[in-house]
Design a binder for this molecule. Structure first.
Ligand SMILES: Cc1ncc(C[n+]2csc(CCOP(=O)(O)OP(=O)(O)O)c2C)c(N)n1
Ligand SMILES: [Mg+2]
Length: 361
């Protein structure tokens, strides 16, 4: 499929036997999607103002992320890439904790050592994202097999992009998962681009989902701008996984509205017309229309929810910016379980340089 064409008409009905989302579920999803969108808008401008160093936006992909997260159980483990803000927010990671990580301040659990957006929160069963494309795929399969050995009834889910389907780890992960029937849900968010490489140059396969067939398990294509369709597909995949029926590959067709990250200018490689074409399927607007037609939202309530999201982001940014920097002496922590004499000597030397004012925190 060319990136300039709309995705094919895809079923949005909930599969038989899988519970759909109630209007209350949809309102919850909508609030998280608004929060994700508002966070993107603010963080892109914070980066332009030099207040955070780097940012990876998720706009356009909110329904795929929130729809998937809404179909999981709290005990499931998530192995994300760097773009899954909607998943973190849906699983209850506090926005201030996320902004702490984007800034890399003293409130950042990772002590400012990871790139922004490469976060993880054990309390929410979200494993830290790594930058090398696809590495989370094999990790998710290994964790699923470990869970089965421990007789833990859970699934693992991993998120990756269209570009990641060309990685070694995609093949190794899906092959292992097929052979050992791992309880893993593979969610490929096909946002049509891998930085500047369009989907049609990524593979000759007609769809990404059909690659699952070669590994011996089902692959489905879903409209990733429809939160209910994604929820249904992931709920189906999860029940198969915990019943011992093995993995599923879900290709959620979406579009990345913003840049790949704050380090590229998408106007260099794609047209405004293409972006506008996909914005007609904006997942936030689609869900707004759906909620309105269900009688669960009117203009006044919608305006209040949009303002609630904006205010939550403003509050989290103010709080995170008021938090001090990471103590630089923590650089020496967590290197070895028991620090080596050399490391302790280096830390003492660094302490002295700080005290003498020879280096500034
Ligand atoms: C192994 C590896 N190769 C190349 C890169 C550089 N890189 C970072 S993101 C990216 C594109 C990934 O595209 P996709 O998988 O479609 O995910 P998206 O960013 O579109 O969500 C590339 C090539 C990398 N991080 N790791
Ligand atoms: Mg992509």
């Amino acid at each position: 499929m060319s990136a300039t064409q709309a995705p094919p008409a895809l079923p949005t009905a909930v599969s038989p036997g899988v519970a759909g989302m109630t209007p209350e579920d949809l309102v919850r999803a909508y609030r998280v999607m608004l929060l994700s969108r508002a966070t993107d808008d603010r963080c892109l401008s914070l980066q332009r103002q030099g207040r955070i160093g780097f940012y990876v936006p998720a706009s356009g992909q909110e329904a795929a992320q929130v729809g998937a997260a809404s179909a999981l159980a709290p005990e499931d483990w998530v192995f994300p890439a760097y773009r899954e803000l909607g998943v973190a927010l849906y699983r209850g990671v506090g926005l201030e904790r996320l902004i702490d990580q984007f800034i890399g301040n003293a409130g950042d659990l990772l002590k400012g050592r990871q790139m922004p957006n490469h976060y993880g929160y054990r309390d929410h069963r979200i494993v830290v994202a790594s930058s090398p494309i696809g590495t989370q795929i094999t990790q998710a399969v290994g964790a699923a097999l470990a869970a089965r050995r421990r007789k833990d009834s859970l699934a693992t889910i991993t998120f990756f992009g269209d570009g990641a389907t060309s990685s070694n780890d995609f093949h190794a992960g899906l092959n292992f998962a097929g052979v050992y029937r791992a309880p893993t849900i593979f969610v490929c968010q096909n946002n049509q681009w891998a930085i500047s490489l369009p989907r049609e140059k990524q593979t000759r396969s007609r769809t990404l989902a059909e690659k699952a067939e070669a590994y011996g398990f089902p692959g489905v294509v879903v409209d990733g701008t429809d939160v209910e369709a994604v929820h249904a597909a992931v709920a189906d995949a999860r029940s198969r996984a915990v019943r011992g029926e093995g993995p599923t590959l879900i290709e959620a067709q979406v579009y990345r509205f913003g840049p790949h990250s704050t380090s590229d200018d998408p106007r260099r490689y794609r047209t405004d017309a293409e972006v506008e074409h996909w914005k007609a399927s904006d997942p936030v607007l689609r869900l707004r229309t759906r909620l309105t037609s269900l009688g669960a939202l009117d203009e006044a309530r919608d305006a209040a929810l949009v303002e609630e999201a904006r205010a939550a982001v403003a509050k989290a940014v103010s709080a995170a910016e008021a938090t001090g920097p990471v103590d630089p002496t923590t650089f020496f922590d967590d290197v070895f379980a028991a620090p080596t004499p050399q490391l302790l000597a280096e830390r003492d030397e660094f302490d002295q340089l700080l005290k003498d004012g020879a280096v500034k925190p």
